[in-house]
Design a protein around this ligand. Structure first.
Ligand code: ADP
Ligand code: MG
Length: 569
């Protein structure tokens, strides 16, 4: 089942073929609209949609934009008030799913009790859970919540199971935008990267066009008739160059001017997905278009320019996702050949290293399963235990990321840098992280298993973490440089101190004074709260330079001592 923002569809696998089912009027697509009548009756689909302009406060559309969200979380304002109607978004969605269920039951002349339901790849835990709840309220056992782009790729790739291809799925529907990059090989569908916006779709363009029309006609932009007119004008301009509305001529150029900034918002998501998947657009075998809004010539042109190739329009943009969901259901029910879907980690995994920095071991968007490791040593002499903090997140500083667990690795004390501890992360297909820490000197192992953390993190928090990592990238970088400069300064200061005591008589008072002054500058910066990384780096460098004479003298003296010991001098 494709529970869309605008339209919903249902299909089944019949004698090994996935097919979509039509209602009694022959329509395979049902508007995602629910009308709650005064007399308590509930209407769904086209009948409900026709009620919208007459009875707006009782007709719910685009409820997918609200599902699983807390009040105020969405900046989209509907023309209805669900609490006045006494229903939740999940209950409204359940009405749509009930309708799909009955379409299927009528077509198949049998009971339908299990379903696969699709959601945008970027839906977070709460949104997925609410969608699942809607299925249960509709009397269905939800066998799988499937990401829409993965469903689209399944629909595209089912007859190409023997081929090796990399494809992008560009899905611009009524309320959401999704871009995913997938790799298909040996019947395995692997998501390499995914990005998108849960609040971007054709609805926004309808709004913009309605405002444009309102201005031309001096009518209120909130008029629902105008919004409906805007949508049908928009659709018409996908095939016609001009159209007319109440004496006003609207050209495709007018629409495209409004659409440009809207479409531009998809660009950054595409670039991000490509860079996360570590591929250039030229490597893609196909860019598959899905979602009703990709019928617009401007969208096709935009995608062609962005990816440097003509997009693939082999899939019916309205049906590809429902078809993919049907295929998945067929696989789960055992009526279609097995194909595998592999997921990626949404956030980087790593450990804390010297100075409280995050050291990434498995980067975000790595395909599961994954394995990686690194060797670490002790930062101070005679340390006999190493604490390993396992972290998840995109920030430079350990404490800004989430701690998943910690392990302590004991090892025999020794000088700084003498220990050898290998840390290995392996992430299995279910997203369970196994951490192995091995003291390679004594060959003793410490193990830790962290369950489900890697893909359990609510997507909303993942999105926020990624947003913050960009927002704070500059500060974080300063902190990293600061920490590195600080480590260097802390090493240099005692060495300079020791050299001055040893060699104080061998240099001039002026020279000694200069060195002391530079050392004092460094200490002041270290003790300060400004954390000015650049200043500290410069001061440390000056101190290093000023101690050159000391260093040379120290070397000379060491040489003399060594020669004297061997009786040469
Ligand atoms: P969803 O997945 O959100 O339910 P769909 O994939 O069904 O959405 O796409 C619905 C959107 O596509 C609507 O905004 C609709 O106006 C738009 N749309 C449908 N057909 C066309 C068309 N021919 N030209 C432009 N936009 C279209
Ligand atoms: Mg859709």
């Amino acid at each position: 089942m494709d529970l869309g923002t605008t339209n919903s569809l249902v299909g089944v696998v019949d004698s090994g073929f996935p097919i979509l089912l039509a209602d009694e009027n022959g329509n395979r697509s049902t508007p995602s609209a629910v009308c709650y009548d005064h007399n308590g009756s509930i209407q769904v689909g086209n009948i409900a949609l026709r009620q919208r302009a007459l009875n707006p406060s009782r007709t719910v559309t685009s409820v997918k934009r609200l599902i699983g969200r807390r009040g105020g979380e969405s900046d989209w304002r509907p023309h209805y008030n669900l609490s006045e109607l006494g229903v939740t978004p999940a209950e409204v969605s359940a009405e749509i799913l009930k309708r799909l269920k009955s379409i299927a039951e009528n077509a198949l002349e049998q009971n339908v009790s299990r379903a696969v339901i699709t959601v945008p790849a970027f839906f977070n835990d709460a949104q997925r859970a609410a969608t699942k709840k809607a299925g249960e309220l509709a009397g269905l056992t939800v066998e799988r919540i499937l990401s829409e782009p993965t469903a689209a790729a399944l629909a595209y790739g089912l007859d190409k199971l023997d081929e090796h291809q990399k494809v992008a799925v560009y899905d611009l529907g009524g309320g959401t935008f999704d871009i995913s990059i997938l790799e298909m090989r040996d019947g395995v569908f692997q998501v390499l990267a995914t990005a998108g916006d849960t609040q971007l779709g054709g609805d926004d363009l309808d709004q913009a066009l309605a405002c444009f029309l309102a201005e031309k006609l001096s009518r209120p932009a909130t008029d629902l008739h105008l919004l409906e007119a805007a949508e049908s004008i928009k659709k018409r301009l996908s095939t016609d160059d001009t159209t007319e509305f109440h004496g006003v001529t609207i050209t495709r150029g007018d629409l495209e001017k409004l659409a440009k900034p809207w479409l531009d918002r998809t660009r950054q998501h595409c670039l991000r997905a490509l860079s996360d998947a570590k591929i250039k657009p030229g490597v893609l075998d196909e860019v598959i278009l899905v979602g009703g809004s990709t019928r617009m010539p401007l969208v096709r042109q935009f995608v062609a320019e962005l990816f440097g190739k003509e997009p693939n329009t082999s899939q019916n943009p309205d049906e590809a996702i429902a078809l993919g969901a049907t295929i998945q259901a067929g696989i789960l029910a055992g009526s279609l050949r097995q194909v595998l879907l592999l997921d990626v980690t949404p956030l980087s995994l790593g450990i804390e290293t010297f100075g409280g920095l995050m050291n990434i071991i498995i980067p975000r968007n790595t395909t599961l399963p994954a394995k990686a490791g690194e060797m670490f040593t002790n930062a101070v002499a005679n340390q006999d235990i190493m604490l390993i903090r396992i972290l998840q997140g995109e920030r430079e500083l350990a404490n800004d990321n989430w701690e998943l667990g910690r392990i302590e690795v004991p090892f025999p004390g020794g000088p700084k840098g003498s220990a050898r501890v290998g840390v290995q992360f392996s992430l299995d297909a279910d997203g369970i992280l196994h951490v192995l820490a091995r003291d390679t000197v004594t060959n003793s192992d410490t193990n830790l298993e962290i369950r489900g953390t890697a893909i359990d993190v609510a997507d909303e928090r993942v999105e926020q973490m990624i947003a913050e990592s960009i927002e704070f990238a500059f500060d974080d970088m300063n902190e990293r440089i600061w920490t590195e400069a600080k480590l260097k300064a802390e090493e240099l200061l005692p060495a300079v101190e020791a050299a001055l005591t040893q060699l104080g008589d061998a240099i001039t008072a002026d020279e000694a004074q200069t060195v002391r002054q530079h050392a004092a500058n460094v200490r002041e910066l270290l003790d300060g709260t400004d954390h000015d990384a650049k200043a500290l780096k410069t001061a440390t460098q000056l101190l290093d330079d000023a101690t050159q004479t000391l260093a040379v003298l120290l070397l000379d003296r060491a040489m003399e001592e060594s020669l004297a010991r061997r009786g040469i001098l």
